[in-house]
Design a protein around this ligand. Structure first.
Ligand code: IP8
Length: 276
């Protein structure tokens, strides 16, 4: 009876929303392996309240994945055996963060299932090359909410690599023909400069595809690209999905109701990107 009802809902809304929760929102970035349980809990409440059918969640690494991956240079690929334990520590830290987040979601009655990217994805030169997505499809069909994450994965060209949550988001959005993407970050949206570094940075409320491409060019020229919270990487990954007509909202996941409003498709403070 209940299953019948759930299938009807997913038939009405066949296209999923892909929601990314940045690692800097759900962890304390400066404190290794420290989750921000307060923010995690609020986000879980907002997702539950929004009652979205067909949701796919991806989260980032924050202070769980990044420090260890950096220490062992996992993203540079295999150089010697001493990195193998670093690969394991990185993956294990992400499994721990995923488990904390999934646990919080389940506590709020969201049927969340953690899916390890390293078990279903192989990259080549750091880009997704093989993706066994059948289990995710099946989870969807049965109204579960798959929760993936940036992970240490095996790479066909360089041994292993780091797969970012942002690359995963754009791949999933294209693969499952998402209706929308929501990127929950730790700032209010995309800025003209790094808002944490420069006082004159202005929030960009709306962007077309052409403007997004221009922004990518200017971020590329900027000296501070890598300290802008990975915004260049985000912008790059988003271009192909916006090209396909999928709209993107970038909102502050650390502030109350921003994720809820984005899930309900209500415009609040943030950056909204549409093809044209
Ligand atoms: O935080 C990278 O995911 P991101 C995760 O989305 C790891 O870039 C393992 C560093």
């Amino acid at each position: 009876m209940l299953l019948g009802k759930q299938i009807m809902v997913s038939e009405l809304n066949p296209k999923p929303i892909v929601l990314k929760i940045g690692g800097s929102a759900i962890t304390f970035k400066e404190k290794p392996l420290t989750p921000n349980l307060r923010v995690m809990k609020r986000i879980a409440k907002e997702i539950a309240k929004a009652k979205v059918s067909r949701l796919l969640i991806v989260h980032g690494g924050g202070s769980f994945g990044h420090p260890i991956a950096r220490e062992y240079a996992i993203n540079e690929g295999f150089k010697d055996q001493t990195q193998n334990l670093g690969f394991c520590w990185t993956h294990n830290a992400m499994v721990t963060l995923n488990s904390l987040f999934v646990n919080m979601l389940i506590q709020h009655c969201i049927p969340a299932v953690g899916v390890a990217p390293s078990s279903c994805i192989l990259t080549k030169h750091g880009r997704i090359h093989i993706f066994h997505d059948k289990a995710i499809t099946k989870f969807f069909e049965a109204s579960f909410v798959p929760v993936l994450y940036g992970d240490a994965v095996m790479d066909l060209a360089k041994g292993f690599s780091i797969l970012s949550g942002d690359q995963l988001v754009s791949n999933l959005a294209l693969r499952f023909e998402a209706r929308r993407i929501i990127m929950g970050v730790d700032v209010d949206g995309l800025y003209t400069a790094d808002p944490k570094e420069e006082t004159g940075a202005n929030l960009i409320p709306e962007l077309t595809l052409e403007e997004l491409k221009e922004l990518e060019k200017s971020l590329r020229k900027s000296q501070t690209v890598d300290v802008t919270g990975g915004m260049l990487g985000k912008v790059r990954e988003l271009i192909p999905v916006v090209e396909k007509g999928i709209s993107v909202s970038i909102v502050n996941a650390t502030k109350p109701n921003r994720i809820y409003n984005a899930l309900k498709n209500k415009k609040a403070l943030g950056t909204y990107i549409q093809k044209g």
